[in-house]
Design a binder for this molecule. Structure first.
Ligand code: AMP
Ligand code: GLY
Length: 420
């Protein structure tokens, strides 16, 4: 079959890599793709959020199946446009993508389904929001309601910081995303990323991971999109997975179906676990980045079969064939990220890195020019390895980091510390 993946990050490179392992894939196009993806698949320079351009590409290239990578096209309704045109699509409808696009929507689903989450209140004006913060005290968490590229969450350890966040959000720092604010109870515990596929009726867990959000070693520095990850997450024991399915995932999905907006695609639950009790921090309606790089290395070719089963409503007929393995990914980012950084610097050594079923350099923000790889983004490459132990995956991934010659880049040296 002919397959189109929408997106341009490390997540999409990993998805493309896994899809290509599967003999069902005859032709793969990634739109818009990036320099690394262009080494393994055809890239198409279109706007993935523009339904007209996507439908044109689908028709020109006789695409049979579309996999939507990032949240923005989903929130813009790309899956609806594709399904209306009769195209098999992996990804939730615009209505179901509200689970990521609106934090207050997710809270409403939690309330209706009884899923445990942080206590909260919603505000559209600064004065009552500030009164609430003063009354609750710090630590406290302030969130812009809408999509803010992972930057709309302020975990305030002091009251002043929370009050300043209110001024920023209602002052327009996050545009329309901050017109409504959710103020949340601060949750303590250990975080984990949990991924399930849903076809609207059946939910199938496809892996757990732990992300590293802070920019620098020791979990210091500003929050980022994620500087590295490993899978599985030891905190997600079989018992916690079952509890999460019973108390959070299945009730939320049942509530979505009951509302007439069943969720189809990958649901990514950000969880906080304390004393054996998982609580929902947030939902995302896509694979995590860089968690996806670990998951795809572990799932390999079956990732396509699983996504097809989700899109075709056959998840009750399929199981994940797990190997007893571990994967770890180290992100290299441009010096300055998540603040401002230089673009266009050359990354050397990538062509000499191993490319095997257990070692891959996934590109997040590169372009190929005159035979060179140039950095085009903040997070630029994700060096990902798999092994029979986390320790083995760790040493293989860091051996790849050592093979990269990029003076303008940086990476964390402690990915996996909690589990190692
Ligand atoms: P989010 O964008 O919702 O994933 O939030 C970004 C990060 O902020 C999360 O990964 C957590 O580390 C942290 N965070 C969000 N909500 C809370 C909360 N209620 N309590 C503690 N930490 C939180
Ligand atoms: N790595 C976290 C995310 O993709 O949201």
């Amino acid at each position: 079959m002919n397959i189109l993946i929408l997106g341009s990050g490390g997540r999409e490179h990993a998805l493309a890599w896994a899809v290509l392992q599967n003999p069902k894939c005859d032709k793969l196009i990634v739109a818009p793709g990036n320099g690394g993806i262009g080494q393994i698949a055809q890239c198409a320079a279109i706007d993935a959020e523009d339904a007209g351009q996507v439908l044109q590409l689908v028709s020109d290239e006789a695409i049979d199946f579309v996999i939507v990578g990032p949240e923005a096209p989903l929130a813009a309704g790309i899956s609806d446009a594709l399904r209306d045109a009769g195209i098999l699509t992996f990804g939730p409808s615009k209505a179901a993508a509200e689970l990521e696009a609106s934090k207050s929507f997710t809270k409403m689903i939690c309330d209706a389904s009884g899923a445990p989450t942080a206590g909260y209140a919603r505000f559209t004006e600064a004065t009552p929001a500030k009164d609430y913060i003063r009354q609750q005290g710090a630590p406290i968490v302030v969130k812009a309601d809408g999509l803010a590229e992972g930057k709309g969450v302020i975990v305030a350890m002091e009251e002043g910081e929370a009050l300043a966040a209110i001024d920023d959000m209602f002052g327009g720092a996050f545009g329309g995303a901050g017109a409504e604010v959710v103020i949340e109870e601060f949750l303590e515990g250990e975080e984990a990323s949990f991924f399930i596929l849903s076809d609207g009726k059946t939910a199938l867990p496809v892996g757990t991971a732990q992300d590293h959000k802070r920019a620098f070693d020791g979990d210091e520095g500003p929050n980022t999109g994620g500087m590295g990850a490993y899978s599985p997450a030891p905190v997600m024991t079989d018992a916690i997975v079952q509890k999460t399915m019973d108390e959070i995932i299945n009730p939320s999905l049942a509530e979505m179906a009951k509302r007439g907006t069943p969720f189809q695609g990958v649901l990514f639950a950000g969880l906080m676990i304390k004393d054996g009790q998982p609580k929902l921090i947030e939902y995302n309606v896509r694979f995590g980045d860089p968690e996806c790089q670990c998951l795809m290395l572990r799932l390999g070719a079956q990732a396509l079969d699983l996504m097809l089963a989700s899109a075709e409503g056959r998840l009750d007929e399929i199981a994940v064939n797990w190997a007893d393995d571990h994967a770890l990914t180290v992100v290299m980012a441009a010096e300055g990220y998540p603040g401002s950084y230089k673009k266009g610097t050359e990354i050397k050594g990538l062509d000499a890195l191993p490319e095997t079923s257990s070692e891959m350099c996934f590109h997040a923000g590169t372009k190929r020019e005159d035979g060179k790889f140039l950095a085009t983004g903040g997070r630029v490459i994700a060096l990902t390895a798999r092994g029979t132990s986390l320790k083995e995956a760790h040493s293989k991934a860091y051996a790849m980091v050592d093979g990269v010659d990029w003076p303008e880049g940086f990476n964390r040296t402690d990915i996996g510390w909690r589990a190692l």
